[in-house]
Design a protein around this ligand. Structure first.
Ligand code: TXE
Length: 486
């Protein structure tokens, strides 16, 4: 049982695929060795989900689904500290941030339970006597694929609405961070859902992820991850016109105007850029500062960076932990080299600080040009670029000039101007005088190459439904060939 980490049709199995060591990024030690799912097991999980969708009352029993979501939220709450510790152990994120992830997850489960409870069916009486009902039905078998930066929270953002809507699920965490969802599956197992409603398959893109994406019995893919993988998934989904939601990369700008209170803005900028080690899809990686306050901003930023607490993610006062893996650390370092080769100036940071653990100090680049790769490409780590602008239009132009459109931040005392600029920015989420907070009842997702569709809120629920229009007329009554259409 201790080795059984694959969950199919209500039972635990030993994975028959690859064996993989799960690493603690803060000390590089092996936490556990996992036997991942084979392709055959992945297919069995899909078949179990299909069977459960077709033959159990799960899709048609909202009361049961509401009860399950609430029970899961309660269980997660009772075990909150354990989940926070697992998340920090596996990802290296500071423990205070893991606690936030757990409490946001609980809130999300409860939100979608309430959402289904309060849902009404739209009904219309027509002049010809017909009653029209518009019904939101579940789609079927949904494959939920998530990355390593928020393994629990991003998983729950998909799982809660998918289950709430009545779908059945095959869930795949990142191969780097399976631990919190293995633990969550134990809670799900203890609730006793109909077998096959929830299945957990562990493994990487090949073969597990690819099997989920290409199998004809999977009717919806909800994916969070890199834009390159997202693009491949979108192409595969096009073949079978599979439903798809993609939450992808970003290169989000933070616009700082010269009327902003600099001390608090510097604090927000650090949080916006380096929260979760900068391994956040919406991380503010491009800071645009109005020229008049640029030098003062840099002075305050570098002073504050010097006191940033990087280290043991389990220490209560740690502000930044290690990056996720050795290969990701190397990728981020490669970008720092690219920045230097492109002629940017590395003001500070970009250094390893410990012999063990994937720690990197925040890197700040100045003297950058808009066409540099470090300005255009997602680095997904603690690396920011600083640019200046003179006037609103220049700021808008620079802010919008990447392929991404996930998020943006604006700092100014002039809320009217800030809102006007927000209207011009091509980004799915914009914070004015704050950053990062997701609200569970509000949509989250990207424009341009940052994704397709939205998570959270009513939009996040709609993404897991199909719309059916049912017209009911009295039996035996002729409407004629051309009945009235109102
Ligand atoms: O992501 P992948 P990676 C960005 C970030 C990062 C880059 C690569 O820039 O440096 O992506 O990270 C699964 N079919 N983001 O390689 O590959 C994979 O197993 C089906 C931004 O970790 O996109 C994992 O579960 N699934 C991002 C998930 O996809 C496949 C968060 C994400 O992995 C697959 C993470 C395939 N062919 C990285 N290949 C964000 N938006 O927050 C991989 N996977």
């Amino acid at each position: 049982m201790a080795q059984d980490h694959v969950y199919i049709n209500g039972k635990w199995y030993k994975g028959e695929g690859e064996k993989r060591a799960v690493i603690n990024p803060s000390n590089e030690e092996v936490i556990i060795e996992i036997n991942e799912a084979s392709q055959q097991q992945t297919v069995e999980a899909i078949q179990a989900a299909r069977h459960a969708f077709q033959y159990t009352d799960w899709p048609s029993n909202p009361a049961r689904r509401i009860a399950v979501l609430r029970q899961l939220a309660d269980l997660l709450e009772q075990n909150a500290e354990t989940f926070a510790a697992i998340e920090t152990l596996n990802t290296g994120k500071p423990i205070r941030e893991s606690r936030l992830d757990v409490s946001d997850s609980i809130q999300c489960l409860r939100y979608y339970a309430d959402f289904v409870e309060q849902r009404t069916i739209e009904e219309k009486k027509r002049t010809d006597g017909t009653t029209s009902k518009v019904i939101e039905e579940p789609i079927g078998v949904c494959a939920l694929i998530v990355p390593w930066n928020f393994p629990l929270l991003l998983g729950i953002w998909k799982l809660a609405p998918a289950l709430a809507a009545g779908n059945t699920v095959v869930f795949k965490p990142s191969e780097l961070t399976p631990l919190s969802f293995i633990e969550l599956t134990k809670l799900i197992d203890s609730i006793g859902l109909p077998p096959g409603v929830f299945n957990l398959v562990l493994g990487s893109g090949s073969p597990v992820g690819e099997t989920l994406v290409t199998h004809p019995d999977v009717e919806k893919i909800s994916f969070t991850g890199g834009t390159k993988t997202g693009r491949w998934i979108y192409e595969q989904c096009a073949r079978g016109l599979k439903r798809v939601s993609l939450e992808l990369g970003g290169k989000s700008p933070l616009l700082i105007f010269d009327d902003a209170d600099l001390t608090s803005t510097v604090e927000w900028a650090l949080f916006a850029s380096f929260f979760n080690q900068g391994e956040v899809c919406v991380a503010a990686s491009r800071i645009l500062v109005q020229r008049r306050v640029y030098n003062s901003f840099i002075d305050q930023l570098t002073q504050r960076l010097a006191s940033l607490r990087i280290g043991d993610p389990f220490a209560e006062n740690t502000e930044m932990g290690p990056l996720i893996s050795s290969s990701h650390l190397k990728k981020v370092e490669t970008y720092i080299q690219i920045g230097l080769q492109e002629g940017a100036v590395l003001l500070q940071g970009g250094e390893r600080i410990k012999e063990r653990g994937y720690y990197l100090t925040p890197a700040v680049f100045t003297h950058v040009r808009q066409d540099m790769r470090i300005v255009q490409e997602e680095i997904f780590g603690p690396v920011i670029t600083l640019q200046t602008f003179e006037h609103d239009n220049e700021a808008i132009g620079l802010a919008n000039d990447t392929i991404y459109g996930l998020a943006a931040g604006i700092f100014s005392r002039d809320l009217e101007r800030a809102e006007r600029i927000a209207g011009k920015l091509r980004a799915g989420t914009i914070w004015i005088n704050s950053y990062h907070t997701p609200y569970v009842d509000a949509p989250w997702g990207g424009m341009k190459q940052s994704g397709i569709g939205r998570e959270l809120g009513p939009q996040g629920f709609a993404a897991f439904t199909e719309t059916k229009h049912v017209n009911i007329s009295q039996h035996g009554k002729s409407l004629g060939w051309y009945p009235s259409r109102s």
